[in-house]
Design a protein. Structure first.
Length: 381
């Protein structure tokens, strides 16, 4: 039986997280950590009055370009080893999908411990990040700029920080809508914030970072303009007397490294978050109102985990008709459909991978349907 944990049961949940993810929360911090989950719904399965497995469901929102969608974040999925391989996680995942559908959360995201495990439930990798490792010799400023940098902390940052992020998020699929509390407690925490102001004193870029043990690590690099990009990079270079190493976490679309005097730096590409469409019908009803799509398209979706999505969806700009049979519909599973919508794969790439079945004449319709925006995600839960 799946139980919704009450506040007095969250200590058990924290203990399971500590065991499964191999960390320890000091006694003085435990209540604070529990309070951080106050907006989570924690579902658990008990065996002999002992918590055996659990899952956190977090109500969040993301942006698909300029439009906001309700999203259910999955986190803290864990099972004690003596209770594994009994199907508990599958039951919790299925339960969470039903709850998200009931609550109108048409999308879901999670950070996987093992990608293939969650692919089986319909989640698919939708975003990557680049991690660049630079040496002291690489910290060479680019051309001079006429703006200035101002530094802040989570207690002093101005509203411009959020405005920069929001403008940046509109250019991508999947960026989290951050509340003020999320900014302070999840995005910034103990990091420094550097905001770039141009000649007109307009805030046009920021980075969050830390400097420890002769290393500067940039967690978020967010320029809105080329001038901001140069200004933020030159600020990083100003640490050359303090650090021996520099690490940058970058959007794969970020061109900064190409601009360096010597772009031959070590860079690794990491799969990061996974996403899935929870409710295809209601997602389509919202999505089609917000995109520039003037075609008719018949989509045949298969979803072994969320049976309500296994159907044929006839769509055009004004309506979604479910269950209408048409010859030769565009066919794909929920993973491929999620990848198409978020823009992680083009229709041509899905066709080449054997993840999509469609006629040649439908490809241009799918290109218009997917809108061509790149996916990205900087947060963690």
């Amino acid at each position: 039986m799946i139980t919704k944990l009450e506040h007095n049961q969250l200590e058990e949940s924290l203990q399971l997280s500590e065991y499964a993810f191999q960390y320890t929360v000091p006694r003085e911090d435990r209540e604070r950590r529990i309070q951080q989950t106050k907006n989570h719904t924690v579902y658990g399965i008990y065996e002999e009055e002992k918590l055996a497995a659990k899952l956190h469901l977090i109500p969040l929102e993301i942006q698909m370009g300029k439009h906001v969608y309700p999203m259910g974040g999955i986190a803290g999925v864990a099972t004690y080893p003596e209770f594994r391989r009994r199907g508990y996680v599958r039951r919790l995942m299925n339960h969470s999908l039903h709850k998200m559908k009931e609550d109108g959360q048409v999308l879901s995201m999670l950070h996987p411990f093992y990608i293939d495990f969650y692919r089986k439930f319909g989640w698919e990798v939708f975003t990557y990040f680049h991690k660049a490792q630079l040496e002291k010799k690489d910290l060479v400023p680019l051309k001079p700029h006429n703006g200035q940098i101002k530094r802040f902390t989570k207690d002093t940052y101005p509203s411009e920080l959020e405005l920069i992020y929001n403008r940046y998020a509109e250019e991508y699929n999947g960026m989290l809508v951050r509340s003020e509390n999320w900014w302070r407690e999840r995005s910034i925490t103990d990091l420094w914030i550097a905001i770039y102001y141009n000649e007109q004193a307009e805030a046009t870029g920021y980075l969050t970072y830390e400097v420890k043990k002769e290393k500067i690590k940039v967690e978020e690099f967010v320029p809105l303009t080329s001038d901001a990009r140069i200004g933020l990079w030159n600020f990083i270079c100003q640490h050359d007397s303090m650090v021996k190493e520099t690490e940058l976490i970058l959007n794969p679309c970020e061109p900064l490294l190409y601009m360096l005097r010597d772009p031959a730096v070590k860079m690794e590409k990491y799969p990061y978050f996974m996403a899935r469409i929870v409710d295809v019908e209601n997602f389509l009803k919202k999505y089609l109102k917000e995109i520039d799509f003037s075609y008719q398209l018949s989509l045949s979706i298969t979803d072994p985990t969320a049976a309500w999505n296994t159907n044929t969806f006839f769509v055009n700009k004004n309506k979604v008709i479910v269950g209408e049979k048409m010859e030769d519909p565009v066919s794909m599973d929920i993973n491929a459909f999620t990848g198409l919508v978020f823009g992680i794969h083009t229709p041509q790439a899905l066709l080449q991978m054997g993840k999509l079945q469609c006629g040649h004449g439908e490809l241009h319709k799918l290109q218009a349907f997917s809108q061509g925006k790149q996916p990205f995600f900087y947060d963690f839960f």
